[in-house]
Design a binder for this molecule. Sequence first.
Ligand code: ADP
Ligand code: MG
Length: 371
Amino acid sequence: HQSSGSGSIKPIDARSVHRICSGQVILSLATAVKELVENSIDAGATAIEIRLREHGAELIEVIDNGSGIEPHNFQALTLKYHTSKLADFSDLTRLETFGFRGEALSSLCALAEVSVTTCSAAHAVGTRLEFDTEGLITTKSPCPREQGTTISVRNIFASLPVRYRELMKNLKREYGKLIAMLQAYCIVATGVRISCSNQIGKTPRSMVFASPGAETMKDNVTAIFGIKQTQQLMPFVQLSSSELTAALATTDAGSSQVIFPTFKITGLISKPMAGCGRSSTDRQCFYVNGRPCDMPKLSKVANEIYHSFIAGSFPALFLNLALPSAAIDVNVTPDKRTILLHDEKELVLAFKTCLSAMYEPTRSTFALHTL
Ligand code: ADP
Ligand code: MG
């Protein structure tokens, strides 16, 4: 090994920089599919079909009936930091789309073979485009297509040998994460039909799931996980701020006055009764303003309270946290799964207090039954 001080400092060539950065945006099969599905939803699609081959390792194809892409945008589509969704940095505080950084397609080009077929309303015939690893168009030809866009991603990670080997070694697990992630989108994307199929070898494609794009989260949960799951859930009930303050006054936390931020939690969570929980956290979907994300602190609180009713059991939950967009920062990690919340401590406390208030009446019923 050469010591780091002995050589001169040189720039990394642009190609390598692109590949290094892209590998940080597209971390896994699941993030690749997530980015494509988010683009379809952003394009106003009401039907999205995901076709996988070899669990996505050979092919990920996302077909939508959204706006399509205008010819004048073809080349900018796959250029790094090119987006149609955000023009000015101040727009970040009133974000209404999943995407805004213009990194996904550019990164996918660096990590896989990408082709796009698209047709916008203004055009009678579609266009098929192929891209090289730099995101430059290599072929462009007319192609029949109804309005919408199909994006195909072949042989993902084949250019990153270590990640490719890891992917192939853990393909089933990575595929499991992909499906769970897609289901989280199906549940929150009301009015958007989403289906997923997988083809292995020469066997026919088999349907993994199909969501009808129902009008409520509850109906989507039923469509994806079955009516039994829905029957085990109850609606989340949010206390008003005066009720929260009153509930807290009886606890230690209430000894100092807490100012609660503006928020609204809606959705469903397991009833605190035997047979309603799960043996793991496999069905916990948190959303912030409709964006699926990880909320480890809220998850921990929900699990702890649930354990106090049924030891070793975890709640299923599908909860959306509505917050003023100026109170959140989704730009923390490249995959946007981590969201920074202002007043997080107060939100966690409010969540805990609401959940206890919802669940406690059941505890006394429990006690009566066991008398
Ligand atoms: P971002 O979503 O952050 O803008 P992407 O790299 O994911 O960045 O996409 C770049 C641009 O390509 C988007 O801003 C959008 O204009 C266009 N685009 C991508 N996918 C689609 C799609 N399925 N339908 C229509 N336009 C799309
Ligand atoms: Mg995007």
